[in-house]
Design a binder for this molecule. Structure first.
Ligand SMILES: NC(=O)c1ccc[n+]([C@@H]2O[C@H](COP(=O)([O-])OP(=O)(O)OC[C@H]3O[C@@H](n4cnc5c(N)ncnc54)[C@H](OP(=O)(O)O)[C@@H]3O)[C@@H](O)[C@H]2O)c1
Length: 253
């Protein structure tokens, strides 16, 4: 029995997590294709992990508008296969989700813009990728012992010449986020046993432009109209539940 199994272990987040979760197994797509239920079942039944960190996904937001079926197959049907296999072997499913499951309006009537809590109503969503990730959360709940972690991150280096000034976010850089997600993964069983099934693990509130400027001082300000896909105005997540748990877990370590 190996403790942790990671799907999507060669992706942006998965690569960071593999470096932190030494001993975790991370089968590639050839050995664990989430769109193939037999492949998922065989891998989990063979490796018998106690926790499955499900980070594999179709993540091209603009691409999902062009090929929604491919996105749905990986994100929704794929998560169903992973959840079913977790249920079969009794593993905890740590499902990596996104802030995009919220509409993310900038309603001036709201006391706090954004600031979504774990139990806030999700949807409606802005795009096909977000729709698939929202549906994937329901599939993840098919595993009796599940933990849905909503997060948001960027690669280590800001990848664009410009950044949006009109999108508020709690995104952070993947290398800053990964230690927190690794901590969640190590304690996933404990969290689930304590009744935690949804957790917002993100950075502090910022704008996309301010985030970009931290690592790319010359980044050019832009507005989200340039994105070519509908994006939220303010999708900041309230992370207070995570910060409380983080302090507790670190104190106990
Ligand atoms: N990036 C963000 O801003 C962001 C924000 C919030 C949440 N998330 C979520 O975080 C997770 C990781 O995102 P990321 O940016 O690290 O993704 P990524 O870099 O695009 O990596 C995705 C991974 O999924 C794997 N994959 C795709 N289709 C698969 C299949 N059919 N079977 C098995 N593996 C498959 C890919 O394998 P190959 O290497 O073989 O292609 C790759 O390793 C995803 O659930 C994503 O929705 C991302």
């Amino acid at each position: 029995m190996s403790g942790l199994l990671l799907t999507g272990g060669r992706g942006r987040l998965g690569t960071e997590l593999r470096a932190l979760l030494l001993g975790a197994v991370a089968p590639g797509r050839a050995d664990l294709d989430v769109t193939d239920p037999a492949s998922v079942r065989a891998a989990l039944e063979h490796l018998r992990p106690t926790v499955v960190v499900h980070a594999a996904a179709y993540t091209d937001v603009a691409g999902a508008e062009r090929e929604p079926d491919a996105c749905w197959r990986v994100n929704v049907t794929g998560t169903r296969h992973v959840a079913e296999a977790c249920a079969t072997i009794g593993a905890v499913l740590l499902h990596v989700s996104t802030d995009y499951v919220f509409w993310g309006d900038a309603d001036p009537e709201r006391a706090a813009r954004g600031g979504y809590r774990e139990d806030d109503l999700t949807g409606p969503v802005r795009n096909r990728y977000a729709l698939s990730k929202l549906a994937a959360e329901d599939e993840a709940r098919g595993a009796p012992r599940h933990l849905i972690v909503r997060t948001s991150f960027r690669p280590r280096a800001w990848p664009y010449p410009n950044a949006f000034t009109d999108v508020r976010t709690s995104q952070t850089y993947v290398d800053e986020l990964a230690p927190d997600l690794a901590l969640v993964a190590r304690h996933a069983e404990r969290l689930v046993d304590a009744g935690v099934h949804v957790l917002h693990v993100v950075g502090p509130p910022t704008t996309v432009f301010e985030l970009a400027r931290r690592r790319a001082p010359d980044v050019v300000p832009a507005t989200k109209a340039a994105a070519g896909v509908m994006l939220p105005d303010d999708v900041v997540l309230d992370r207070s539940l995570w910060l409380t748990w983080k302090a507790r877990l670190e104190e106990e370590a």
